[in-house]
Design a protein. Structure first.
Length: 322
């Protein structure tokens, strides 16, 4: 594993972070059981993963609690989250703080390394910064949490406006943002500003649904061509991104997807979600592999640099909170 500093937090984190959400939820979302999920987390840790990202709404904090009971607490960095809003209802600070304490209880620990407001929308941002952030700072002062971060609701905010505002305020230690092979929006402004402000950046949506299935990728390409957003020719072939797979280049579309995101300046940790032990080692190897060839990256920028919001979808196996 390669380790890096997570922005201003001073936390030393592996660049490949295990996402315990998404549709897989460590396998629990796709028919797996608790023992399999615990085993997957153990394997990830054995491979050098030390950044574990969960959330109150994922139902995987209990899995982490079981693993935490077996290992020194400071051998891993725990990130969990709680929503700032549910539908149009803004969640009061007391409820968010109660959620934090519930996470501590479920995971059996006395301090959370990184507590993030989950899927904050443009409309709930004022509430997040004005009401929730001060309450979380009090929790930090009490020692219940070490750092405070914010994550976006990517499917609802293609321009990433909320995170732009979060960077203006400069009170969040870490942000989680969407970025992938066909969605480069964060590269232009958010990531350079995150570097300048020393805000840690966690990448989500590197693979998600679009790049994890050749059928979905083909269908997605056809839709983009139908909408006039990409050349029809690109959507015609069987493997629209296969130009990335060659000697000296990527081994697969998924390999390309993780390597592209990993090497975007400003990205500290690439989150990958899986419930499949066979995917675990391969994903970590991809995240640790060298950048894609410069010519391939130029081609990706030329073909897809203008797109926004591609590859962002809600998980299919639990109700989104936004
Ligand atoms: N707003 C937020 O705060 C937010 C939003 C989204 C995500 N997240 C976090 O970010 C993490 C990562 O999210 P993500 O969007 O990048 O991905 P994800 O939702 O976790 O999904 C990755 C998908 O790709 C599949 N996959 C992974 N490796 C594969 C491989 N080698 N071959 C084939 N399929 C593969 C997984 O299925 P298998 O189980 O079959 O591998 C899964 O369906 C989440 O787990 C969560 O922790 C946070």
């Amino acid at each position: 594993m390669d380790y890096t500093n997570l922005g201003r937090t001073g936390l030393r984190v592996g660049v490949a972070g295990l996402g315990c959400g998404g549709s897989s939820r460590l396998g629990l979302g796709v028919g797996g059981d608790m023992a399999g999920a615990v085993d997957l987390v153990r394997r990830a840790i054995d491979l050098g993963v030390n950044f574990l990202d969960t959330a109150n709404s994922y139902g995987t904090e209990e899995v982490l609690g079981r693993v935490l009971a077996e290992i020194p607490r400071d051998s891993v960095v725990i990130s969990t989250k709680f929503s700032a809003h549910k539908g149009k209802r803004l969640i009061p600070a007391a409820e968010v703080v109660a959620g934090l304490h519930e996470s501590l209880r479920i995971m059996g620990c006395d301090c959370i390394d990184l507590f993030q407001l989950h899927g904050v929308s443009i409309n709930s941002y004022d509430h997040a910064v004005g009401e929730l952030w001060p309450a979380l700072m009090l929790e930090r002062d009490k020692g219940n949490v070490r750092h405070i971060g914010i994550t976006e609701t990517a499917p609802m905010d293609h321009e990433q406006v909320m995170l732009g505002r979060a960077l203006d305020d400069d009170c969040w230690d870490v942000m989680m943002l969407a970025i992938n092979l066909m969605n480069h929006n964060a590269c232009a402004d958010l990531l350079p500003r995150a570097v300048e402000n020393n805000v840690g950046a966690l990448a989500m949506f590197a693979v998600r649904s679009l790049f994890s299935s050749p059928d979905r990728l083909r269908a997605g390409m056809v839709k983009l061509a139908d909408d006039g957003k990409i050349d029809r020719e690109l959507a015609m072939g069987d493997g629209p991104l296969d130009f990335l797979i060659h000697e000296g280049g990527a081994q697969s579309v998924i390999d390309a997807a993780y390597r592209f995101v990993r090497h975007q300046p400003g990205i500290d940790v690439v989150l990958f979600g899986t419930g499949n032990p066979d995917h675990l080692a391969g994903n970590i190897a991809s995240i640790l592999a060298p950048p894609l060839p410069a010519e391939d990256v130029r081609k990706l920028r030329g073909l897809f640099g203008h797109l926004k919001g591609v590859g962002l979808d809600f998980p299919t196996t639990y109700a989104p909170t936004v």
